[in-house]
Design a protein around this ligand. Structure first.
Ligand SMILES: [Zn+2]
Length: 346
């Protein structure tokens, strides 16, 4: 076992007007991501102050739903005419339909290969209602990735992304997923793959299986469903950040129905927890080892979900310069405490 959880507590000192200018100090816990070597600060002193900004205003939510419905390109009355088709050499039928999901190329691509899957007919779903539509969405995306892999063996890197509600960066309210693929790796995936490979070269074991073994009995473990282990990361980039690791699969082209069902079941528990916490927005990514290569020695398929700011005036983003420019993680809640609250949902 070669995983080290390194942390150091420092204190910010001040004369606080809240305590009649008496000396006060606040704990700032520095943590190092054991694989990526990336720094994070845990600042739980801010959580009560900041928590209301993660909660949403029901009136504002209803307002944005109603104001976007009439022009929504993904609502049933417009989706056929407003969405593009794949080139015939990749998808003969033009679009991929699985259950309620309709998958087509993005009209304004983020990546060389970029599919969008509209998950349902409803223009808006509560967080806890989204997972019921996700099995079809993941299945449709996987069909496309397999076709893409057959079409061009140089496309090695892929991920699913879901952005939900405006604070997540999503421009369309209507529930949908993105599937991205390229010959070039996404930055975070490149780092994960490279460092996982280095770990295997150094210690002759798989980092992700070592991580599961060490976390299984610990305070950050949340639950396990169909060989997928859920936990909070030791050094998260964000406050509401949850990680799921597959014990079995290193490549998304290998996963089957049982994996998807287990994954969606876990996502359902997380989103129910987020909803009960007052959240309405999240980012999710499901990532894979390189296609066409055996990465089972050193890698495992993973999923990350991050709960984002609430939708309420004055629409403060939970990401500020520390994260977006200095690339330094900050979480306002201790990951072990977050895991304790979420564990009840699994
Ligand atoms: Zn819509």
């Amino acid at each position: 076992m070669s995983i080290q959880f390194i942390k150091e507590i420092k204190y910010a000192k001040l004369l606080s007007p809240l305590k009649d200018y008496q000396a006060d100090e606040q704990a700032v816990e520095h943590r190092l991501d054991p694989l990526l070597n990336r720094e994070t600060v845990i600042t739980p002193g801010r959580f009560q102050y900041i928590k209301r900004l993660f909660e949403s205003d029901e009136k504002e939510i209803l307002n944005v739903i109603e104001n976007t419905r009439a022009s929504c390109p993904f609502c049933p009355e417009r989706i056929q005419a407003s969405t593009p088709k794949f080139p015939k050499e990749i998808v003969e039928e033009g679009k991929i339909v699985v259950g309620e999901t309709i998958l087509f190329p993005s009209l304004f691509a983020h990546m060389d290969y970029n599919a969008v899957g509209v998950l349902c007919k409803e223009h808006y779903l509560k967080l806890s209602e989204i997972p019921d539509k996700l099995c079809d969405g993941f299945s449709a995306g996987l069909i496309w990735l397999k076709k893409l892999h057959n079409y061009n063996r140089n496309i090695k890197y892929a991920c699913f992304i879901e952005n939900y509600f405006p604070p997540s960066g999503s421009t369309v309210i209507h529930p949908h997923i993105q599937v991205l693929a390229s010959e070039r790796p996404f930055n975070m995936l490149k780092d994960l793959i490279w460092r996982s490979r280095k770990y295997f070269e150094n210690y002759k074991t798989n980092y992700w299986l070592d991580l599961i073994n060490v976390e299984l009995e610990g305070d950050r473990f949340i639950g396990e469903i169909n060989d997928i282990v859920w936990l909070t990361p030791f050094a998260p980039m964000h406050t509401y950040e949850i990680l799921a690791i597959s014990r079995r699969f290193s490549n998304l082209l290998e996963v089957g129905e049982e994996y998807i069902k287990g994954l969606v079941s876990g996502i359902k528990s997380v989103l129910k927890f987020f909803q009960d916490e007052g959240l309405s927005s999240f980012n999710l990514t499901l990532y894979s080892g390189p296609f066409g290569e055996d990465s089972s020695d050193y890698f495992r398929v993973g999923l990350k979900i991050v709960g984002r700011s609430g939708y309420r005036f004055p629409f403060v983003s939970d990401l500020w310069g520390l994260q977006t420019l200095m690339m330094h993680g900050e979480a306002y809640e201790v990951p072990e405490r977050m895991a304790e609250r979420l564990r009840k949902y699994f």
